[in-house]
Design a binder for this molecule. Structure first.
Ligand code: FEO
Length: 396
């Protein structure tokens, strides 16, 4: 049985639930899998919007064929060329050699470089329209959400936005397809983690895309990953707006690297002091145990981030180095940072964190603590000051 559903009378979803691939982009864990969504509009003219990851399903072409019911495929609209969506372009062109590939100039170049396809191209510009008969499509460029060639396709007839990666999520679509058929609570964390890992770096471009879409009536959002939003599209728009503004909850996450438990003791102690100072939403993570993908998602969720590192050969512990490098790479912003650590010889953990803080562009609390040896007695006193300063900034 093919994995298809009607989005409306003339729009079909063709989906693949990938529960096999362990890491997205060979980097981000997908314990709950991921869905690749492709869409077919069956009008006087027919159009397929994006495909799926190559090899993720054995019968993609056959499914499109069945939905077409004997008609030709007139257009293949490519909103995004990343290979989790463009993987079946070649097989579609092979089956329907006269299909017109609708894409912008940058996407066309990528299609040439990936698939050596240059024939039957229909280049579109920002705001161009395409009539399928009943459906009138408009192309809205959304560069860097999440690659430079990305565009969205807006169906003015049914007010449907085919949004590419935007408004997507990790997680397979188990049983349901639409927002009113699924338990959003199950997807919420995976959606924020997808945002933080994949889209977050390009948050300012997400805001630019929002500006372009302002004033457009959107009844249904059809992303390339995750659920289709037909009942409450404003909910996912609101979440993406918040995340792309780097707005955190009144919460603090404490993340530490510790070799023999001294920095871990400080992490628990700072969490207790934060709680005593009035912060209720606190999470503590050992960065050597939890994958950076989940750490970044938690950082995205919280206003306050307290990092602790033992010294390691005069610098940061390598796992904390990894986290801070990733924070820099994806451009974490608008956080309040606090630092602590411990050392045996000449320090380095807190020094490394301060160097990171200077480059981060975030507000860094001046109260820090670098414990020589094991934390006990008065050595831990500065943690209280750090926690109180963080609590007043987060709750203030
Ligand atoms: Fe889902 Fe940027 O690919």
């Amino acid at each position: 049985m093919h994995n298809t559903r009607n989005v409306s009378e003339r729009i079909s979803w063709i989906g693949v639930n990938d529960r096999i691939t362990p890491l997205f982009e060979a980097m981000w864990p997908m314990p709950n899998g991921i869905a690749y969504n492709s869409y077919l509009i069956n009008d006087e003219k027919t159009a397929l919007l994006d495909t799926v990851k190559l090899g993720s399903t054995p019968d993609f072409v056959e499914t499109v064929e069945e939905l077409l019911g004997g008609k030709e495929l007139d257009y293949l609209i490519i909103n995004h060329v990343e290979l989790d969506h463009a993987g079946e372009i070649k097989s579609i062109v092979k089956r329907w050699p006269s299909v017109k590939i609708v894409a912008n100039a940058m996407a066309q170049k990528m299609i040439k470089n990936y698939f050596d396809i240059t024939e039957n191209q229909m280049e579109v510009q920002e705001g161009d329209t395409l009539s399928l008969g009943h459906h009138e499509l408009t192309f809205v460029f959304a560069p860097w959400v999440h690659w430079p060639e990305v565009m969205m396709t807006y169906d003015r007839t049914e007010k449907v936005l085919f949004s590419a990666d935007a408004f997507g999520s990790f997680g397979t679509l188990d049983g349901g397809l639409f927002d009113d058929e699924l338990n959003f609570d199950y997807y919420h964390d995976d959606m924020r983690r997808y945002y933080a890992n994949i889209v977050g770096k390009f948050s300012k471009f997400v805001q630019k895309a929002f500006a372009k879409l302002a004033g457009i009536e959107i009844k249904i959002i059809c992303p390339l990953h995750g659920m289709i939003w037909r009942t409450d599209p404003q909910k996912v728009i609101g979440l993406y707006d918040k995340w792309s503004r780097h707005e955190g909850d009144n919460a603090v996450v404490v993340m530490y690297a510790s070799m023999y438990g001294n920095t871990a003791i400080l992490a628990d102690a700072v969490a207790r002091e934060l709680n005593a100072a009035g912060v209720k939403d606190i999470r503590v993570y050992d960065v050597s145990k939890t994958h950076v993908s989940f750490l970044l998602s938690e950082i995205w969720r919280c206003k306050g981030v307290v990092l602790g590192s033992c010294a390691y050969y005069g610098g940061l512990h390598p796992m904390m180095e990894h986290l801070t490098t990733e924070m820099e790479t994806i451009g974490v912003k608008n956080k309040i940072l606090g630092f602590f650590g411990s050392y045996t010889w000449s320090g380095g953990g807190v020094r490394g964190l301060k160097l990171f803080g200077e480059k981060s562009g975030c507000e860094v609390l001046p109260q820090t603590l670098d414990v020589h040896g094991t934390p006990f007695g008065d050595k831990m006193q500065p943690l209280k000051e750090l926690a109180e300063a963080m609590a007043s900034r987060v709750n203030g």
